[in-house]
Structures are given as C-alpha cells and as structure tokens.
Design a protein around this ligand. Structure first.
Ligand code: UD2
Length: 375
C-alpha cells in the first residue's frame, strides 16, 4: 500500500517534469521560429507602449504570469544612460586639438558645458533617437500669458527635439484660448486646469506645486525626460538631444560672466533659499531646465516644499522658485550645463560667444501682462 503511494507520487512527479519540459521545448521552438536572437531574450518589454504585441511580448506575458512582474525600468530594452549607436552612421571625426577655445566647455565637477561647436548633432541624434525617449514639456500659460502659446508651440515644433516624442503639458486657467497647432508625428498637447492668480509671484512659485502634483497623477510612466519652460519665449534654432541628461541647468544670460558674490541669490538667511557669500558656481535660470523624470520630480518637489517653509516664516525668496532652484543646483550639481544659447532674450544684444540663439525670451510689457503688474 505505502509502496503504491510512493510509486504514484514519483509517477506524478515524472508527469509534471515531462509537461514542463514539453512547455520549454514548445516556447523555445516558437521563439527560435520567430527569428529572435537568443541574446535579446529579456523578461521585460521595450518601454514603447505603442508597439504591437509580438511573440516575444506574449512569451514575456506568460513568464510574467508564472514568475511575477519584472521592473521595466531596470531591465528595459534600453537604459537612458546608454550611449550606443547603430553601425554605419557617417559623421566628422572628433578632434582632440580643435574645438571651442573662447569659452569653457566643462564644469569643475567635470560635466559638459554645452555651446555651439561642442557637439555633433549627427552623433547626438544617432544615440538618442535609437532610445526614442518620451519628453514632457511643462509650460504655464495663466491669465494673459496664453497669448504667448502660439509662437512658443509653433516654433517648438520647428526646433525643439525634432523627430522625438514630445508631449506639451500646458497648465492654464483659459483652456479656450489654447491655439490649435499642427503637431509633428508622435507629438501631442495635454491640457491641465489650474486656478487663476492675482499675483504673478504665485504663478511662478506655484509651478513647482502643480508640476509635483501633475507628475504624481498624470505624467509618471508617460515620460522619460521632463523640461520646465517659460511660455513667453520663441525657439529660433535647434534645441535637441544634446540637452538631455539626468539633470540639466541653463546659465542665466544676465550673469554668466558675473562674479559669484554678485549673483542674485537669496541672501537673507531666514529663507530656505539662502546661499551665503563666497559660495556658488553659476546663476541658473528657472525659465528652462530639465532632466530624467524622477530627478525632476525630486527637484520640483524640493522647491515646492522649501517655498512652503518660507511661506510659514512669512518670507518669499527674492526670485521665487529660481532662488530655490539655484540653491538645489549648488548642492546637487547638474549633470549637464547649457550655455545661455538655450535661453537668450530679445532685451539683450547677442555677444560674440553666443554663436546660436536657440530660444529667446520675448520683450513684454510686464505692467500690462501680469495680474498685479510690476517688473
Ligand atoms: C524670470 C524667469 C522666470 C521666473 C521668474 C521669477 C527668466 C528668463 N525668467 O522671468 O523663469 O524665474 O523670473 O521671478 O529668467 N506665468 C504665467 N502667468 C503669469 C505670470 C507668469 O503664465 O501671470 C508663467 C509663464 O509661463 C511665464 C513664467 O510663468 O513665462 C515666468 O513668468 P514671467 O515671464 O513673468 O517672469 P520673468 O520674465 O520675470
């Protein structure tokens, strides 16, 4: 009797083993038949959700049902820091001797400081288009600032990340004033309602709060990179993948040759944005900055929280969110710094070291366009 039970158990073990072996041979056969190289076998799918399910994705789903979900971020078909490119791309040989000598193109923490002439767009595009990242642009158009949307979007379509997947997240209190713009393939607009404001200071500071909430509720899992941008500006030349990195800051055009003790940092130690004299690398603009989605999330949330703390102490940083941003960048160095080519201004003459103006801030009548006027 006992022997019979033991035999029965080992028989059913043999059956299970044969069944599993059969499944393995079956799936292996389908996989090889479908023409995939075994080196590409991964439990995770490309992060491109638009791709049609194929044999590989069906197999991955089956495996997921058996062994549980895998984390796409870690085992995806690409990682955002990969710098791989396809065979056969033709481009000029990079030189170890020739290059920009009139400006510094590296920071003292050894990250690139990007100017025209420090990168080859063919190489940069070959690397980043292979990854096909999703890029979110967060832009605010509150009150009368909706008038700037048309030129911003139209020129953005011509020069900003051309050929990449871009979603403009437009935060506005006047949806009906958002213009209808023809967008390139893979590019879209997403509108988000926010309340009107009586103070422009609340709009610029509020950007950190609303961006934090929107990343949590809408943008996370829909973008790999995120840029924050001012709307009252126009693109004039390529603003491309050379700007992508974990955290990218842009030098403010007004202070890129200034002694650090004359930067308009917050100097009152009651504010969370306080930076003491004798400290500082650069003065960064809050009008354009970007990075990996999660790094940007950390940073906008930091600026939001710091400004809340300031509000509790009845203080507002001298340049609102820009002051908090500068404090963050001082102690969390950006992984790429962009020259003021990436945000010039129609208010200023273009000096010789700015070979290309990529975006320029428009001249505006502050008193007329802002809800509470003021410079
Ligand atoms: C500077 C900065 C800006 C911000 C601000 C803070 C530059 C080029 N820009 O710009 O990034 O740090 O100072 O003081 O350095 N906005 C609205 N409705 C409003 C007010 C503002 O939608 O009523 C949005 C809009 O997207 C605008 C942005 O906030 O582009 C910045 O406001 P601004 O252009 O009035 O600030 P500005 O020119 O002093």
């Amino acid at each position: 009797m006992i022997k019979g039970v033991i035999m029965l158990r080992s028989n059913s073990r043999i059956h299970i083993f044969i069944f599993l072996a059969f499944l393995l041979v079956l799936f292996g056969g389908i996989y090889i038949y479908s023409g995939y190289d075994s080196s590409t076998l991964s439990l995770c799918q490309p992060c491109n959700k638009n791709s049609k399910p194929d044999v590989k994705s069906i197999m991955a789903k089956v495996m997921e049902d058996i062994v549980g979900p895998t984390k796409c971020q870690e085992k995806g078909s690409w990682k955002i820091e990969d710098l791989t490119m396809n065979y056969g791309v033709k481009y000029a040989q990079p030189s170890t001797q020739q290059g920009r000598t009139d400006v510094n193109s590296v920071t003292n923490w050894n990250t690139p400081l990007v100017w025209e002439g420090t990168f080859d767009p063919v190489v940069i595009d070959a690397i980043y288009k292979k990854m096909d990242p999703r890029i979110a642009v967060v832009v605010f158009a509150v009150g009368k600032y909706t008038r700037f949307l048309e030129a911003f979007l139209q020129t953005g379509e011509k020069y900003f990340m051309v050929g990449f997947r871009v979603t403009y997240y437009i935060f506005t209190d006047h949806k009906e004033e958002v213009p209808n713009i023809n967008l390139g393939e893979g590019r879209k607009i997403s509108l988000l309602d926010i309340p009107s404001a009586t103070r422009w200071q609340d709009v610029v500071l509020g950007r950190m709060k609303w961006a934090t909430i929107a990343i949590d509720k809408q943008i996370r899992n829909k973008a790999d990179y995120l840029f924050m941008m001012d709307v009252d500006s126009v693109f004039h030349n390529r603003f491309g993948a050379e700007s992508l990195s974990q955290l990218t800051g842009v030098l403010h055009r007004g202070y890129y040759k200034t002694d650090r003790d004359h930067f308009p940092y917050e100097r009152r130690n009651l504010s969370r944005a306080y930076i003491p004299a004798g400290e500082g690398d650069y003065y960064y603009t809050a009008a354009v900055w970007g990075g990996y989605l999660e790094d940007m999330y950390k940073m906008v949330k930091y600026c939001y929280m710091q400004s809340e703390e300031d509000a509790k102490n009845n203080i507002e940083a001298v340049w609102q969110e820009e002051s908090h941003l500068n404090k963050y960048f001082l102690y969390n160095k950006p992984t790429k710094v962009l020259s003021p080519e990436y945000l010039w201004s129609d208010y200023d003459q273009v000096p010789a070291d700015i070979k290309v103006v990529r975006i320029s801030q428009l001249v505006k009548n502050y008193a007329e366009v802002r809800p509470n006027g003021g410079q």
